[in-house]
Write a new protein. Structure first.
Length: 112
């Protein structure tokens, strides 16, 4: 059963098939944070995700995630809207402090 057939929650982390990708887009199957609101996730066949990478770099648009089995970096600069058909198994969920950190970076990216 894929995640597309069940409720997907904001700040859950799923394995996502990001291929095919083009240019500098993050590719391959990797964990991603669902950042779209629960109401949107329930109503649409798409979700907004932030990919995770094991390359942890201290950039202002990246957030270090330590609550998953492998320390990773949320690539907030690589925000994507994807079909729920790309979602695979659930990998975990962010802590409350990680949720706030990701939202803070996203707000900074989209503010003037």
């Amino acid at each position: 059963m894929t995640a597309s057939s069940k409720l997907v929650k904001q700040f859950d982390v799923y394995w996502v098939e990001l291929d095919p990708a083009k240019g500098s887009e993050i590719k391959k199957t990797r964990p991603c944070i669902v950042i779209s609101p629960d109401e949107t996730n329930e109503a649409l066949k798409t979700v907004m995700v932030v990919p995770l990478t094991s390359t942890v770099i201290d950039w202002p648009f990246r957030v270090t995630i330590k609550s998953l089995p492998k320390k990773s970096s949320a690539a907030c600069d690589q925000l994507r809207t994807i079909s729920k058909q790309r979602l695979r198994r659930k990998a975990g969920a962010l802590t409350k402090s990680e949720c706030h950190a990701v939202l803070g970076v996203m707000q900074a990216i989209f503010s003037e």
